[in-house]
Design a protein around this ligand. Structure first.
Ligand code: AP5
Ligand code: MG
Length: 218
């Protein structure tokens, strides 16, 4: 069994979630998406969900103190023993430092930070065209990855919906926030020698092949 501990880094809409679904299947590791954790809390109407929604709807980051403890807890669950993929965390230097501390405490190290990138126009088109299944959360794109039947999930026939933060204005804010607060993490992990830069403008399958090939000689 190979143990893979990964971070997926990249701007909104670049394809982190799409690649994450395929990578976790390939390596049989849990997919930890802070965005998904917040969205399920919003759906369940929890206090955390209510707080997070205020920031998410504006395209802003949820404050570090609400995010870090969730990830710390999640990493101590048994399924993370065989590795994990963090999607959308860390997103600030402060979060990255907190993660480093936690991993040191656990006596483990990250293997790679997969940094997927694409131009702003591509990001906006991808985010705006994204549709998600109400029941299973599978992600589609009206142009690049359409479902077989319009507006219905291929897997369970669930209705597809658009995320509240996938309107053009909010996507533009999310990209700005990424550039200011998250992009500095590329240098942070470059210095640690674990960054893997991937061209996110390629088709979904090609991006996946590139990642798996590069991780193969881990
Ligand atoms: P989060 O849910 O993580 O959103 P995000 O980072 O903005 O990224 P997205 O999920 O929008 O995009 P993605 O890269 O996953 O793209 P996808 O694969 O879906 O976070 C949401 C919010 O939660 C944040 O704004 C913040 O408020 C909060 N939050 C979360 N984590 C936080 C943290 N750590 N700290 C503070 N706040 C936090 O693909 C997009 C579309 O493109 C899909 O339709 C897909 O089918 C299509 N597509 C994908 N790849 C390709 C390709 N190669 N070619 C063509 N189409 C493609
Ligand atoms: Mg995502």
């Amino acid at each position: 069994m190979i143990i893979v501990r990964l971070i997926l880094l990249g701007p909104p809409g670049v394809g982190k979630g799409t690649q994450a679904s395929a990578i976790v299947k390939e390596y049989n590791i849990p997919h930890i998406s802070t965005g998904d954790i917040f969205r399920s809390n919003i759906k369940e109407g929890t206090e955390l969900g209510k707080k997070a929604k205020e920031y998410m709807d504006k395209g802003l980051l949820v404050p570090d103190e609400l995010v870090v403890s969730i990830v710390q807890d999640r990493l101590t669950k048994e399924d993370c023993v065989q590795g994990f993929l963090l999607d959308g965390f860390p997103r600030t230097i402060n979060q990255a430092e907190a993660l480093d501390k936690e991993l040191t405490k656990m006596g483990i190290k990250l293997d790679k930070v997969v940094n997927i990138d694409a131009d702003k126009e591509i990001l906006i088109e991808r985010a705006i065209g994204r549709r998600i299944c109400k029941t299973c959360g599978s992600s589609y794109h009206i142009k690049f990855n359409p479902p077989k039947v319009e507006n219905l999930c291929d897997i369970d026939n669930g209705e597809l919906f658009q995320r509240d933060d996938d309107i053009e204005e909010t996507v533009a804010t999310r990209i700005e926030v990424y550039l200011n607060q998250t992009q500095p993490l590329i240098d942070y992990y470059k210095e640690k020698g674990i960054i893997l830069n991937v061209d996110g403008t390629r088709p979904i399958d090609e991006v996946f092949e590139t990642i798996v090939k590069a991780l193969g000689d881990k």
